[in-house]
Design a protein around this ligand. Structure first.
Ligand code: SF4
Length: 109
């Protein structure tokens, strides 16, 4: 579903049926965080999901304010791989376990 920022996001849910106007981020809700529409504009989650759809990667999100963003609320993402049981430093790429690079080719004579 499209977020208020106009991007597709798996976690956004909007209910507009018969005059209702209920919008929520189910990922933030699942992580016990409060959502507001402005968060979608800078949220990295849609880009991460588009780049890496690994079934084992779990995203944990928090909302924080930092000095560098002039105290604007932003979504921070931490990724965890359930298969390797370790944190994923580059969620767009993944942990590298399922898709090892570079490939090793063996030439048998
Ligand atoms: S805050 Fe992020 S994860 Fe939540 S609906 Fe908006 S874009 Fe999606």
């Amino acid at each position: 579903m499209k977020t208020p920022a106009g991007r597709e996001c798996l976690h956004f849910h909007g209910d507009y049926y018969r005059g209702r106007n209920i919008e929520e981020c189910r990922l933030l809700k699942q992580n016990g965080q409060d959502w507001s529409p402005d968060l979608c504009a800078t949220c990295p989650v849609p880009d991460i999901i588009r780049a890496n759809s690994c079934q084992f990667m779990q995203l944990k999100v928090t909302v924080s304010r930092s000095l560098f963003t002039f105290f604007q609320r932003r979504v921070q993402v931490n990724a965890f791989c359930e298969k390797t049981q370790r944190n994923v430093s580059e969620p767009q790429i993944g942990c590298g376990k399922c898709h090892d690079l570079p490939f090793n080719f063996e030439v048998k004579e």
